[in-house]
Design a protein around this ligand. Structure first.
Ligand SMILES: *Cc1c(COP(=O)(O)O)cnc(C)c1O
Length: 392
C-alpha cells in the first residue's frame, strides 16, 4: 500500500521535534549537530530569536492579503534587496523552482518585446540543478530528473561544465540567455572559477544575451559575500534566489535589472502567496542580519577555520576523504568511501551532512555556527570516518 506521504524521498529515520542554533533534537532528547541547515535554508540557525520575533509579531497582525493590495513588508524587502544588490526590481516567489520559472519567462519575454521572438534558447550546464518544476527539470536536463515525464519544456541547450569552447560554439542568434549556478550545489559543490564567471559576463555582453545566475543555494551570505557572484566582480541581469532568504520560511525571489525585466508588465506574471506579509517580515529580518558587512566577515572567518579543520580531517582519514572544495560555508568533501555511507555514519555519531553528486558530502551549516560547534563537528565527522575505516 502506498504510504500516506507520497514516497518520492528516501528519508533518514531521525525525527526532530526542536531546533536550537546548529542543533536538532529528537523527542527522546538525542541531539544532532546540524551541518545541513535544511539544505542551506536555516541560514541563521534553528529558532533564531530575531526571526522568531519577526514571524510571531507579523503572525499576530496579518498573514496574507494577496498581491491585489499593497504589502508594506514586501515593499521593504524589495527595497533592501535593491539597495544591497545589482537589481532594480524584485518579484517574490515561494521556492527556488518558482524563481526558475520566472527567470525563464522573463528572459524570453525580453527578446519577444525586442522583436526577436526566435530568441528563446537558454544555455545551461551539466550537473546543474534548478528545481523540480517543468522548467527546472528541462533546464537541468539530467535523465534522472526528466525520464518518464513526457515532453519537456523546449529551448534549453545543455553544455558540459566549464568548457569555454563548447560555450562559444553554442551561442547562436536564437540564444536568449545563459543560466548557471556560480557554485553548483546538488552537482557536488563545484565552484565556477571567478575568471570563468567574468568570461561568461563578457561573452553575454559581446552577444547581447542575458546572464541568469541561480543563487538559490550559494546566495544570501553563504559564500561570505551577500551573493556569490560578487567575488568575481560581475553582475548578472537576472538572479534566482530562495533557500537562505527565508531562514526556514518558504520564500524566494527573482532579482533583475530594469532592462532585463522590461517585458514583465502588469498581468504577465503572478503568484497568490509570493511576497506574503509573513514570509517578507522574516525575509527582512534575515537580510538585515546577513547584509551587515561584519556578519559577512564573520562568515568568511568561520569558513576559513572550518576549511582548515577539514584539511586536517582529510589528512587524518586519507582512505575516507579526498579533498575539500567550495566557497565560504558552502563546502564539499569529495569522498573516497561512498558518500552515503559517510552521511549515515555521521547520523550514528549525531552529526548531519547532506550528500551531493560526484561522491561529495555537503557541509552547509548555519552561517552563525559557533566555533565550539565547528570543533565538535570535526570530532564527530572524525568518529564517523573511523567507524567506516573499521569496516574497510
Ligand atoms: C534547491 C535549489 C533549487 C530549487 O529550489 P526549491 O525551493 O526546492 O524549488 C534551484 N536551484 C538551486 C541551485 C537549488 O539549490
Amino acid at each position: 500500500m502506498i504510504p500516506s506521504v507520497l514516497p518520492t524521498y528516501s528519508r533518514a529515520p531521525m525525527s526532530f521535534v526542536k531546533g536550537e542554533g546548529s542543533w536538532l533534537i529528537e523527542a527522546d532528547g538525542r541531539r544532532f549537530l546540524d551541518l545541513g541547515a535544511g539544505i542551506a535554508v536555516n541560514a541563521l540557525g534553528h529558532a533564531n530569536p530575531v526571526l522568531v520575533a519577526a514571524l510571531t509579531e507579523q503572525a499576530g497582525a496579518l498573514w496574507h492579503v494577496s498581491n491585489l493590495y499593497q504589502i508594506p513588508q514586501q515593499q521593504k524587502l524589495a527595497d533592501l534587496l535593491v539597495e544591497h544588490t545589482f537589481a532594480d526590481t524584485v518579484f517574490f516567489t515561494n521556492s527556488g523552482t518558482e524563481s526558475c520559472e520566472l527567470a525563464v519567462k522573463m528572459a524570453r519575454k525580453y527578446w519577444y518585446d525586442k522583436d526577436a521572438p526566435e530568441r528563446v534558447e537558454i544555455i545551461t550546464f551539466e550537473g546543474s540543478f534548478h528545481g523540480r518544476s517543468s522548467a527546472g527539470i528541462a533546464a537541468a536536463g539530467s535523465e534522472k530528473m526528466t525520464k518518464g515525464f513526457g515532453p519537456l519544456l523546449g529551448g534549453f541547450k545543455h553544455l558540459p561544465w566549464n568548457d569555454h569552447d563548447a560555450l562559444t560554439a553554442a551561442i547562436t542568434d536564437q540564444t536568449a540567455a545563459i543560466m548557471i549556478e556560480p557554485v553548483q550545489g546538488e552537482g557536488g559543490i563545484r565552484p565556477l572559477p571567478d575568471q570563468c564567471l567574468k568570461g561568461l559576463r563578457d561573452l553575454c555582453d559581446e552577444h547581447g544575451i542575458l546572464l541568469i545566475l541561480d543563487e538559490v543555494q550559494c546566495g544570501v551570505g553563504r559564500t561570505g559575500k551577500l551573493f556569490a557572484h560578487e567575488w568575481a566582480g560581475i553582475e548578472p541581469d537576472i538572479m534566482m534566489v530562495a533557500k537562505g532568504i527565508g531562514g526556514g520560511f518558504p520564500l524566494g525571489a527573482v532579482l533583475a535589472t530594469e532592462n532585463a525585466a522590461s517585458g514583465m508588465t502588469a498581468g504577465t506574471h503572478g503568484s497568490t502567496y509570493g511576497g506574503n506579509p509573513l514570509g517578507c517580515a522574516v525575509g527582512c529580518a534575515v537580510l538585515e542580519t546577513v547584509a551587515n558587512p561584519e556578519f559577512l566577515a564573520d562568515v568568511s572567518r568561520r569558513a576559513g577555520g572550518l576549511r582548515q579543520s577539514l584539511e586536517g580531517l582529510i589528512a587524518q582519514h586519507p582512505d575516507i576523504f579526498e579533498s575539500v572544495r567550495g566557497a565560504g560555508l558552502m563546502l564539499g568533501l569529495k569522498c573516497k568511501a561512498t558518500n552515503i555511507d559517510i552521511v549515515n555514519a555521521g547520523y550514528d555519531n549525531e552529526v548531519i551532512t547532506v550528500p551531493a553528486a560526484d561522491n561529495v558530502i555537503r557541509l552547509l551549516p548555519a552561517l552563525n555556527i559557533t566555533e565550539d560547534d565547528i570543533a565538535e563537528a570535526i570530532k564527530r565527522l572524525s568518529a564517523a570516518a573511523s567507524q567506516i575505516e573499521k569496516t574497510l
